[in-house]
Design a binder for this molecule. Structure first.
Ligand SMILES: NC(=O)c1ccc[n+]([C@@H]2O[C@H](COP(=O)([O-])OP(=O)(O)OC[C@H]3O[C@@H](n4cnc5c(N)ncnc54)[C@H](OP(=O)(O)O)[C@@H]3O)[C@@H](O)[C@H]2O)c1
Length: 277
């Protein structure tokens, strides 16, 4: 390890359980190397019962920042000294900035999702359908509501009554999806369906034939599952994107927070290559 890696602010990482599959170390270490910085990023396997101690350790050792992944995004909120506005609205954090011993919780998933969506082209969507009631879905719904056009969102869950009631957001179950799909410009899968080790099918089949030609379909899951949602969407002439795009841009946003700079396009390109995108 570089002799400076443990200096305050030079060591970063992701806490998760499991964490071995995380693509973040490759992506972030490639960025540090491209900028000629001695900073390093590590994956830490932190079990739920150890989260509080692990965060206290990060604070005590002066780490520069952290990412949090499943299952820590919501639980970590209680351990922050401060929350950024989007993290407070969403009730979950994926990025921690550590400054002068303070833990500040952010959530870059929603903004990263919007950055990735811009790569698909087209105007910001005015009508969107978001599938799933978990943390990723909450970030996406928040991003869409607080983005450029404050999209009208249909939020779909197997138990819609359990979704929070939000302005501009209609809640619905899988049985009532047809009308919403026919009228939307964007469909987002923010469920675990299609994830390795996750469920293979939606609660009920999605009537994708209702989508208009050219509708954008984004699957937050990565890697893309052969024969999965995006293949089906391609068959009805949608414009598709897998979860690596959002992974890239939420990472760019996290790194910009930690370093306090806007990343040059060449560094973003390096991070993209590290993800094989
Ligand atoms: N690309 C990225 O950067 C990025 C960022 C964050 C997350 N993700 C991915 O997004 C996915 C969701 O993550 P998460 O943190 O939100 O997980 P989560 O909190 O566990 O939520 C997943 C949701 O999926 C829904 N679900 C589960 N099984 C289902 C089924 N058979 N049919 C329909 N819905 C089902 C459930 O919603 P209901 O119970 O409400 O139906 C559940 O709340 C994961 O694959 C994760 O890897 C990607």
């Amino acid at each position: 390890m570089n002799e400076n890696a443990n200096d305050p602010g030079r060591c970063f990482g992701v806490f998760g359980d499991p964490v071995g599959h995380s693509r973040s170390p490759d992506m972030l270490n490639a960025a540090f190397a491209a900028m000629g910085m001695p900073h390093r990023y590590f994956a830490f396997h932190v079990r739920p019962h150890a989260l509080a101690n692990a965060l206290a350790g990060a604070r005590a050792m002066g780490l520069g920042g952290l990412n949090l992944t499943v299952p820590h995004k919501r639980a970590a909120v209680a351990h922050m000294d401060r929350l950024a506005p989007e993290a407070a609205r969403i009730g979950a954090i994926n990025t921690v900035l550590i400054r002068r011993g303070e833990l500040i919780g952010h959530n870059t998933d929603g903004a990263g999702f919007l950055d990735a969506l811009a790569e698909l082209g087209g105007n910001p969507p005015r009508h969107a359908v978001v599938l799933g009631g978990g943390g990723a879905a909450r970030s996406v719904v928040d991003g869409l509501r607080h983005g450029e056009t404050a999209a009208e969102v249909v939020w779909v869950s197997r138990e819609p009554a359990r979704l929070p009631a939000l302005d501009g957001v209609a809640r619905c179950g899988y049985g009532d999806l047809g009308e919403a799909l026919a009228g939307c410009e964007l469909l987002v899968n923010a469920t675990t369906v299609g994830m390795r080790g996750g469920p293979e099918r939606f609660a009920s089949p999605l009537p994708l034939e209702r989508l208009r030609r050219g509708t954008r379909v984004v699957d937050l899951v990565y890697p893309r599952a052969p024969g999965g949602l995006l293949d089906e969407a391609d068959n009805v002439h949608a414009r598709t994107q897998d979860g690596l795009a959002t992974l890239l841009w939420q990472g760019v946003r996290a790194l910009e927070l930690w370093l306090g700079i806007a990343l040059p396009a060449s560094v973003v390109a390096t991070m993209r290559r590290a993800l094989n995108r």
